[in-house]
Ligand binder design. Structure first.
Ligand SMILES: [Zn+2]
Length: 112
């Protein structure tokens, strides 16, 4: 990834889904992780709780907080994984499900 290229995510407009040219730019910039991010956003798999964003993955849910994610891709490879990108896109375009709940309470109840 070229660190000198401006992050195309910053060009998104609040409350509007990514226009096709920007989608291409983001996918070009982030490659596979960008495509994965849009697959997540398009399927409304980003959920906003009062404390965290949670992204529904193929097998489980991941907590995304700031520049951190609980998935193995992020933990082992570093950098922004598809979940973090999806959250950053959805946060601007508002394409997320909103829950008036604290996610940490769910964690405590499930005993994770
Ligand atoms: Zn992740």
């Amino acid at each position: 990834m070229d660190q000198h290229t401006p992050d195309p995510i910053h060009s998104l407009t609040v409350g509007e889904p990514a226009p096709p040219y920007l989608r291409d730019e983001i996918c070009g910039h982030y490659q596979g992780r960008g495509k994965k991010a849009f697959a997540i956003v398009d399927n409304l798999r980003v959920k906003k709780y009062l404390d965290f964003f949670v992204v529904v993955g193929n097998e489980r849910e991941y907590i995304v907080f700031d520049g951190f994610c609980t998935c193995s891709d992020f933990l082992h490879r570093g950098g922004r994984c598809g979940h973090i990108l999806a959250m950053q896109i959805a946060r601007v375009t508002q394409e997320f499900e909103s829950y008036d709940l604290w996610f940490y309470e769910t964690i405590i109840e499930e005993g994770i």
